[in-house]
Design a protein around this ligand. Structure first.
Ligand SMILES: [Ca+2]
Length: 475
């Protein structure tokens, strides 16, 4: 027992030392750590490294094996624009005030507050934004050393106008495009760079080659569009899966006792043309899952190219890699498709942080995306700006068992949620009669039973309500 304790202490001490060593890495005499910041749109944690069996993500899994994998990371909003503006600013969305709605942007909604890349730029970092980082087309101009780069010219269009992006390359798909609406998937027999994410990857690799020759530290942001709809990916990634073998969600029904306020996203139905109708049958579920998986494997391959490039250029030893999905996604659970609610599938997101020289860890602590900004600051030895509302995760890199925070908070429309280790609780509105739901993740991780009104959960529901009141008072 004693020797185990000693070994543990030695291990932790060694870990601290290694982290300190890696964080004070010196290149050509100057302290110099870079950040490669990879955003993957609508990526849920159904990845090999999270224990998923039927999806193929070898490169992200490799990153996770040598990095720190956060098993319980939560986005603070279940929608792209709000989640990204919040994460990049380190401040929570506030209903009716900040980072709500489609086109929110940090420098519109929080004037005078430097976003993370802007703060790093001020600190001497060369900052680049490729692909989708902020949600709006203009991105956040002050934040970047170079104008944000897109894979096509769609000036005047919001980034959310996915369907005017020449997203489809097959003539038969183009025939189906009606105004903004095209089919929700495509499998063209084309190279990776025929679609946007292959081009985003190539641009990022070209940047890495230039940055490797520079003495300036860099913050290189690479935002991939897929697996966001439409599920368009080169055929070879679709061919990784046999559609008939894809297992479907086994809870294709509404949670028992859920209030009527709970709904699924209408995105797939309203934004894409129903060239085959919208049947709610196993064939549709299987096809849509197949498309999502193909897109995830397509992005995984691009991530692999970036990681190989880092290694080949000798940048791996002084570049921190951060990979995150902006929120979760339903693939037919409860017959929901997409995000736009506060069910666990909409808000639970992947987060991997690889620090050079620091061994891989799996962290069970519950963390939220407002914690990323202060974590990056601490990793780089910079002061955490006062506006940051999150908490640095750096201490748990060395001690994953250390309690990070008791609760994290999520907003979607007028729904406000609090997630603790064991429970997820949501209220719509704040009055005594506010509709609400409570899920017990200990015994019901799939959230099939809303227990908020059961007498045996009265105490817990009350406590979760109290936690929510805490955050309301900060608004
Ligand atoms: Ca998104």
């Amino acid at each position: 027992m004693k020797s185990n304790l000693l070994a543990n202490r030695l291990f932790v001490t060694l870990g601290t030392w290694m982290l300190a060593l890696s964080l004070s890495y010196s290149k050509e005499g100057s302290s110099h750590l870079n950040i490669l910041f990879i955003a993957v749109d609508d990526l849920r944690p159904e990845l090999g490294c999270y224990g998923a069996k039927q999806i193929q993500t070898p490169h992200i899994d490799e990153l996770a094996s040598s990095g720190t994998l956060f098993l319980n990371a939560y986005s603070n909003a279940a929608i792209c624009g709000s989640s990204r503006a919040s994460l990049l600013t380190g401040m929570r969305p506030i209903p009716g005030k900040r980072f709500m709605g489609y086109n929110c942007r940090s420098d519109y909604d929080a004037p005078g507050v430097p976003s993370l890349p802007e703060y790093l730029k001020q600190a001497g970092y060369y900052t680049i934004s490729n692909g989708k980082m902020m949600h709006v087309q203009e991105d956040s101009p002050r934040a970047w050393t170079e104008p944000a780069w897109r894979s096509n010219d769609n000036s005047g269009a919001g980034l959310h106008h996915y369907n005017i992006y020449q997203d489809w390359v097959n003539p038969e798909s183009a025939v189906l495009v009606e105004g903004r609406k095209g089919p929700f998937y495509e499998s063209a027999d084309v190279p990776d760079n025929a679609y946007h994410d292959g081009q985003v990857c190539e641009k990022t690799i070209a940047d890495l080659k230039v940055l490797a020759e520079s003495k300036e530290p860099f913050f290189l942001a690479c935002g991939f569009w897929r697996p966001h709809l439409p599920f368009n990916a080169p055929k070879k990634y679709w061919d990784l899966y046999n559609r008939e073998d894809i297992a479907l969600a086994d809870n294709r029904f509404r949670p028992k006792g859920a209030p009527k306020n709970l709904g699924g996203s209408g995105e797939i139905y309203s934004q894409y043309s129903a060239n085959q109708g919208w049947p709610d049958d196993e064939g549709f579920h299987r096809l849509a899952r197949h498309g999502y998986y193909a897109c995830v494997s397509y992005i995984d391959a691009q991530v692999g190219k970036l990681l190989n490039c880092l290694e080949d250029l000798g940048l791996k030893k002084n570049t921190i890699v951060i990979l995150w999905g902006d929120h979760g996604f339903h693939l037919g659970e409860h017959n929901f498709w997409g995000k736009h609610n506060t069910m666990n599938h909409s808000i639970h997101s992947p987060l991997i942080i690889q620090i050079p020289g620091h061994e891989g860890r799996r962290v069970e602590q519950t963390v939220e995306f407002v914690d990323i900004y202060p974590t990056v600051c601490e990793m780089l030895g910079l002061a955490i700006p006062e506006h940051c509302e999150g908490k640095s995760m750096l201490p748990i890199f060395n001690d994953p068992s250390r309690l990070h925070k008791e609760a994290v908070y999520i907003i979607e429309g007028n729904a406000l949620s609090v997630k603790t280790k064991d429970y997820l609780y949501t209220e719509w509105g704040s009055g005594n009669e506010a509709p609400r739901m409570l899920y017990n993740h200990l015994i019901d991780p799939q959230e099939n039973f809303n227990v908020s009104e059961l007498p045996e959960y009265e105490k817990i529901a009350k406590y979760m309500h109290t936690l929510l009141q805490k955050i309301r008072h900060t608004f």
